[in-house]
Design a protein around this ligand. Structure first.
Ligand SMILES: CC(C)(COP(=O)(O)OP(=O)(O)OC[C@H]1O[C@@H](n2cnc3c(N)ncnc32)[C@H](O)[C@@H]1OP(=O)(O)O)[C@@H](O)C(=O)NCCC(=O)NCCS
Length: 172
């Protein structure tokens, strides 16, 4: 099972649990599965958001564009569902995962940075929506519906800037 090949025991458990509430896409060749991605759709401040819960590629198949293909596929699927933002999370020490998501066009925020930009309440809503696992301290966000390049701080404010978002995050 790929999950056991790529994750530590704690994340194996979370990823296995994720199979029960996510939509899973699998990349395979004639020899079998090479990679997988677990996804679901949620709402943040009135925006329909897609979440990449776990993604993994077999070690022997890494660096061959399989992760890229999986994420591209998920983004196309999410666009069809009307999703505005795709989010993922990881740990600061997982440089490979961070480089990968950065290459795929995701803006990276440490949880501290997000707290500074949005406040603790908004951050805790995002953390709950992402079912963030215990160590994750980096959140990755890609807007799917905004064509022109937008400053990083602006992206995350857009995420919480709907009228519903103002009610949700600013009233308390
Ligand atoms: C992260 C992961 C899914 C990437 O999958 P992959 O198939 O190896 O990645 P790809 O070959 O599609 O690479 C896509 C881009 O990311 C970049 N990238 C991938 N691994 C990288 C690394 N170690 N360092 C720097 N960049 C990297 C590649 O350069 C590539 O860009 P390019 O095509 O312009 O060269 C895979 O390494 C993995 O399964 N890691 C272990 C599990 C994990 O940490 N998952 C993420 C947290 S849930």
């Amino acid at each position: 099972m790929i999950i056991r090949e790529v994750f530590d025991p704690y994340n194996q458990l979370c990823a296995i649990e994720g199979l029960s509430f996510t939509r899973v896409f699998i990349a395979e060749d004639r020899g079998g599965a090479l990679g997988f991605v677990e996804t679901y759709v949620t709402w943040i401040a009135g925006h329909k958001c897609g979440v990449i819960y776990y993604i993994g590629v077999r070690p022997r198949a890494q660096g061959r564009g399989i992760g890229r293909g999986l994420v591209k596929h998920v983004e196309e699927y999410m666009k069809k569902l009307g999703v505005s933002f795709v989010l993922a999370s990881t740990v600061m020490t997982n440089r490979r995962s961070r480089c990968f998501f950065n290459k795929m066009g995701y803006y990276e925020y440490s949880t501290k940075e997000l707290e500074g930009l949005l406040g603790r309440r908004a951050l805790s809503v995002i953390i709950r929506r992402l079912y963030i696992t215990k160590d994750d301290d980096v959140i990755l966000i890609k807007p799917l519906r905004y064509g022109k390049p937008t400053p990083k701080a602006q992206i995350v404010k857009m995420l919480v800037s709907s009228s519903f978002g103002k009610r949700l995050f600013l009233k308390h």
